[in-house]
Write a protein that binds this ligand. Structure first.
Ligand code: PPS
Length: 264
């Protein structure tokens, strides 16, 4: 396994972005897509599921091989022989995904997490205030997935999807993992769930990130390494970063969906 991971790592490192294939993957009827707007807790769910199916062997290097990402390494989906496959995606609604675990998080915390991530990867100047970032975030300026609310709206009422909130994960990750396994037709073993949750705790993952940051394909070349991917892992951090006007602007744009999700 280790040998395989390093071989894979080597090929990822030596290939230019242009040589990485597109995300057209063959989809099987039992595939489960782990879908979210960026910074909503996707990596946590990937670790939970990955640690369950491997009995705690997932880390920041092999997670991309065990649960591939349609944006980063779609070519690896075809290499998975176990079923169901679990595949990460940030896309807004796609009718061909047969089963979807949709992960949602309070959009205000998403904005703050995204702010620090954009600084981490060198896409946003740390000297520019958060309010300016938020303006651009609300105008969907940082990716091709639409705005946060458009993304959430596009998924939440669809068929063959379960909604997992970041806040429910914080409250009871075991219960949420069991829900995901039942939805995915994976046999449930409570002891194994408990082990997977422990191995996917914030502290455990944060320590693992420190050890593996420079060997983890998506993190290794980022600009500001001092900002951790595993940054705070809390709900309500937005209160430390939003000024009153930010909150008003955010709610002007997102009031309906925030109400629908129970965040306000
Ligand atoms: S990405 O880059 O879009 O895939 O990011 P994503 O994984 O969706 O979200 C990153 C945020 O999730 C937090 N996270 C966790 N919180 C609590 N517990 C665990 N185990 C956990 N794993 C990841 C991570 O810290 C990011 O949130 P912030 O608020 O920045 O800390």
């Amino acid at each position: 396994m280790i040998k395989q991971v390093f071989k894979k790592l080597h090929s990822l490192l030596s290939s230019s972005p242009a040589s990485i294939p597109g995300d057209e993957i063959e989809i099987f009827p039992d595939d489960v897509f782990l879908v979210s707007y960026p910074k909503s807790g996707n990596t946590w769910v990937r670790f939970l599921v990955g640690n369950y199916i491997t009995d705690c062997k997932v880390d920041f290097i092999n997670s991309h091989l065990i649960l591939p990402d349609v944006h980063f390494n779609p070519q690896d989906c075809a290499k998975i022989s176990s079923r169901p496959r679990f595949i990460k995606s940030h896309k807004s609604f796609i009718s061909t995904y047969p089963k979807v675990v949709y992960i949602v998080r309070d959009g205000r915390d998403v904005a703050v997490s995204y702010y620090f991530y954009q600084i981490k990867i060198g896409n946003f100047d740390p000297n520019i205030p958060f309010s300016i970032f938020l303006e651009k975030f609300l105008e969907k300026g940082f990716n091709d997935f639409g705005s946060w609310s458009e993304h959430v709206q596009s998924w939440i009422d669809k068929k063959n999807i379960i909604l997992i909130t970041y806040e429910d994960l914080l409250d009871d990750a075991e219960k949420q993992l069991e829900k995901i396994l039942l939805f995915s037709n994976v046999e449930v073993d409570k002891n194994r769930i408990s082990r997977a949750v422990k191995s996917s705790s914030f502290n455990h993952m944060q320590k693992l990130e420190v050890k593996q940051h420079d060997s983890s394909p998506p993190l290794m070349n980022v600009k500001n390494k001092e900002i951790q991917f595993m940054r705070k892992g809390r709900s309500g951090d937005w209160k430390s970063h939003f000024i009153k006007e930010d909150e008003e602007r955010f709610l002007n744009k997102n009031k309906n969906i925030m109400k629908k999700l129970g965040y306000i």
